[in-house]
Write a protein that binds this ligand. Structure first.
Ligand code: HMG
Ligand code: MG
Length: 282
């Protein structure tokens, strides 16, 4: 038996937040239900963000309340602030994820505030997560480059990573928002982050614009990282990151991990059924 890798399925959130046509709530619930039958242990179900900013996630409450619960499956919610965290918890979120940026330009465009202000907004979120013993993840967007500022220094990523860990995040998700990172660039930033954050608290979130996401997964695996995000059928992108394409596709990630003899517990046949559903949906 190979070593375990955890996949965090972000399709219902990162995938559907970027679709021009807003997907009906009942289809989102069907998608999560199908995903929950594949053996995945973590699904990011929706985002409790402002519906004025991301109308695609405006039904977050109905999605979180209606999503199928399954033993061994954690349904998480992306939240930008206390308001989102309270609503997510009320709706039954089993984990929370805050999102910071390593670049000021993206922080402003995506959350209308500076990096420091975003971290301050996460403090009450972290307190709520602690009080409810809910796992808390902290994304770091633009860990390689930024659509508004170009190259991002590793120091900036390390700085945000340390702040998120100090805040109480159980895990940070080093994110290549634009999906154009090379394996060499990913290696540089991960080596720096690993100097202060242990591998078991690091996840990698790769968009796949340049087709390098699997090569980037390999770099992270070599460095001991065992948590990876992906989206069913390669859905995904960020409305505030022009040029960002889909996330690494879950099927491609699962096949790759199986070839490398890592265990991720996901059934490819069940996944194919979800892919067919998505292709009819989108
Ligand atoms: P703001 O306009 O500066 O906030 O937005 P505000 O506090 O002034 O509030 C304005 C209005 O929003 C108010 O309503 C608030 O109640 C409401 P009004 O009085 O005008 O009717 N509001 C909310 N409503 C629902 N849920 C909330 C919430 N908070 C305030 N949580 C804010 C600031 C952060 C809210 C806004 O900028 C926002 O929602 N941004 C989210 C953008 C987003 O979702 N981007 C995509 C996700 S991040 C991503 O994709 C990257 C990632 O995948 C990793 C990677 O790939 O890099 C994670
Ligand atoms: Mg993303």
């Amino acid at each position: 038996m190979g070593e375990d890798v955890t996949i965090v399925e972000v399709g219902p959130r990162d995938g559907l937040q970027n679709e021009k046509e807003i997907v009906a709530t009942e289809d989102k619930l069907k998608l999560i239900s199908l995903l929950s039958k594949t053996g995945l242990s973590r699904i990011e179900a929706t985002a409790f963000v402002s519906p004025k900013w991301v109308p695609q996630m405006a039904d977050h409450d109905a999605v979180m309340r209606g999503a199928e619960r399954r033993k061994g499956l954690e349904l998480s919610a992306l939240v930008p602030n206390e308001k989102g965290a309270r609503a997510a918890i009320d709706a039954g979120a089993q984990a929370l994820a805050v999102f910071a940026s390593a670049s000021e330009g993206f922080a402003q465009k995506n959350t209308n505030c500076s990096i420091a202000e975003s971290i301050a907004r996460f403090e009450p979120v972290a307190a709520l997560a602690r009080a409810r013993t809910l796992p808390l993840r902290g994304y770091i967007s633009c860990a390689i480059d930024c659509p508004y500022e170009g190259a991002v220094a590793s120091d900036a990523v390390v700085n945000v990573a340390n702040q998120l860990i100090a805040l109480g995040c159980d895990e940070i998700a080093v994110s290549d928002t634009l999906g154009k990172a090379s394996p060499a660039q990913v290696e540089v930033v991960l080596i720096e982050v690993l100097k202060s954050v242990p591998a078991n608290q690091i996840a990698c979130h790769f968009h796949d614009t340049s087709g390098q996401a699997l090569a980037n997964v390999d770099v992270a695996l070599d460095l001991g990282i065992r948590i990876f995000d992906s989206a069913i059928a390669g859905l995904g992108g960020c409305p505030y990151a022009p040029g960002s394409a889909g996330n690494l596709a879950t099927g491609a990630l699962v096949r790759h991990l199986k070839e490398l003899v890592f265990e991720c517990g996901v059934d490819l046949e069940a996944l194919a059924e979800v892919e067919q559903f998505v292709s009819r949906l989108i």
